[in-house]
Design a protein around this ligand. Sequence first.
Ligand code: GAL
Length: 454
Amino acid sequence: MIRGNGKLLRALVPALAVALLTACTTPAAAPTGSPGGPPAGSPAGSPDMSPDISPAGSPGAGGEVEIFSWWTAGGEADGLVAMFGVFADTHPQYEIVNAAVAGGAGTNARAVLATRLQQNDPPESWQGHAGQELIGTYVAADKLESLNFLFDQEGWLDVMPELLIPQISQGEDIYSVPVNIHRANVLWYIPEKLTEWGVEAPATWADFITTADTLRAAGVSAPLAMGEQWTSMHLMETVLLGELGADAYAALWDGTGDWSSQEVADALETFATVIGYTNDDASTLSWDAAAQLVIDGDAAFTIMGDWVEGFFVSKDMDPAAGDFGWAPAPGSDGVFQWLSDSFVLPKGAGNRDGAIAWLTVAGSKEGQDAFNPVKGSIPARNDGDRSLYDAYLQSAMDDWSSNELAGSLAHGVVASDAWKAEIDTALGLFLSDLDVPAFQTALVDACASAGPCE
Ligand code: GAL
């Protein structure tokens, strides 16, 4: 049985909760720029698979299993429900409590979660991004159980990409179950509309600016749809990637790059110019409301992760029929900017057996193949059934296995929460004054204080 948010009617107190999150966060160890990099925060090594805690309890156990996420929009919410369906079929003794808190990229949910963790009131499992978000926050704050026993029991090391394991590990311990891979650097559009306006998807940011001017002349006031602030961080990371290239982008996060360089200044100038082509009401829109502007022809493009494809499909749009189109974000052809949603086992879970049962489904082929075709992501496992995935998702599968990889900032891969929060504060100012030198100085300082720069 699945039910809604009943026991979770809590006031949203984001500012307080963010403060608490920061309070329970210790600075992350050296970040990793790509999934091929060293383990987040600890030396490499094959994880010790000996169980340090007992595996799932008696199969007859039941009760509520509260699953916490921020998947409430079209596509993402449907994917979650599809995975709940697999859970209900395979574990009928449990009752799922869907504790999703609305707000893209977890902006509200993570604040609520932080408050609950402060109060030692964790849900049975929550969605956390692989990478620095997981390791630098929840593992660092000692909130999670190691999942080595479950990886061992389920044989997941044989089916999960090797490059993902360091992103969910600290030392020899694995701390989450990746359920998918999302691509962040995607430009979305409606092909028919582009034809009507006489433009094509731009390949570079310079092309984008020319295209955007053409669109403006054709009466499209907002060539690029953007939403609330986290979506501008998402845009910023794709501009940095597209203008600097994958290696220089990765270097910004591992301490070998130079935030004060002319190249970064130029990329930030490009970002400022691009912001000038976005909708005036961006700060009031969710990511899906921004995508809706594209559907409605009020904007030509949006840059967003491929949860947008889940959203489009939830609107009965079919990629094979050309109802929507996609391209790598300008300047990033051949690069897959990735992130991974994953589920954790908290210390002190009220229904630990139920939590483990959930994780078993989240890591299973059946669970992932129910979830991802609807969510707009590809399975984290490398044995997903390709025939279940549509034309866009099949292209994402191909790119994930062949492209150069880069990690996402806005979705927890490359920077600790503390570092990301400093960048976000500077970004908030920048969005109001577009002062590139001041923004660059703040980014240099953020890397020095929270990140790995000396
Ligand atoms: C991301 C998350 C995605 C999707 C998106 C918008 O952070 O990884 O799964 O939910 O936010 O809500």
